[in-house]
Design a protein around this ligand. Structure first.
Ligand code: GLP
Length: 239
């Protein structure tokens, strides 16, 4: 693992955005695996700035990791809305090349199967990842066993509590989500995981130095040959 520690999240976000920029510039049809969450907002802000200075995205395919079950794309707390608001509304991405799982479909199993087809036909060049305080990646939550493909997951109490800050209250947080599985993440050519703040320090330690275990899904990144972990000093303090 290549580990980069920055004094603060702004330097880290610039580094991450520059890595994305290189992928976008060096391929004729790059595929980016995208993530949501507070960690990604400074990265996307930087990408929007790069676009303002001339970086184009119309040739880029984007595939997001996850979505809450039960929220329509127009729901303000959906990950669809997050992506529009933080990135897609501000860059020249081609709407036909944007993929996010539909959390409000009547046929969630069908959505999962089709999403795996999308990933199979568009191999991911660069996968952006945040991390949950419990070591989840995407919404692959700690469990006795993990799934390799896109699936529906029951969110843990930790995650619901943590993500409640984006909702009116804890009761409004959906209890289920649709997420790509570990196989889809691990098949990406390059994985860029970001974590900021003291709250993530234990999860980062477990990711880098712990045993590989389904109770810390991010620990499976240890088997990937090309992972970059980008941290601020607070998230790096325990390893
Ligand atoms: C959510 C997302 C994850 C994300 C995590 C961290 O649960 N499903 O993909 O990595 O939160 O979020 P934050 O960056 O807000 O701490």
């Amino acid at each position: 693992m290549n580990i980069r520690v920055f004094p603060d999240q702004y330097g880290a976000a610039i580094y991450a955005a520059a890595t994305i920029e290189t992928t976008v510039k060096t391929s004729t049809s790059p595929v980016l695996g995208l993530a949501t969450g507070g960690t990604m907002t400074p990265v996307y802000r930087q990408l929007v700035e790069f676009h303002r200075r001339g970086l184009h995205f119309s040739h880029v395919t984007t595939i997001n990791l996850d979505e809450y079950v039960g929220l329509s794309p127009s729901h303000p707390n959906s990950y669809h809305a997050f992506m529009q608001e933080n990135l897609f509304d501000h860059i020249d991405v081609n709407p036909d090349k944007i993929y996010l799982p539909s959390g409000d479909s009547e046929d969630l199993d069908g959505v999962c199967a089709k999403y795996d087809d999308v990933i199979r036909t568009n191999p991911i060049d660069l996968q952006l990842l945040g991390i949950g305080v419990n070591g989840h990646i995407g919404f692959n939550e700690p469990a006795n066993s993990l799934k390799s493909n896109t699936h529906i997951v029951q969110l843990t109490e930790d995650t619901i509590r943590e993500n409640a800050r984006f909702f009116e209250d804890e009761k409004s947080v959906p209890t289920r989500a649709i997420t790509v599985g570990l196989q889809s993440i691990l098949l990406a050519k390059h994985i860029l995981l970001l974590a900021f703040g003291e709250k993530k320090a234990q999860a980062i330690r477990d990711t880098i130095k712990g045993d590989i275990s389904t109770t810390v899904p991010s620990s499976f990144l240890q088997v990937h040959p090309n992972v970059t972990i980008v941290l601020d000093e607070a998230a790096a303090q325990l390893f």
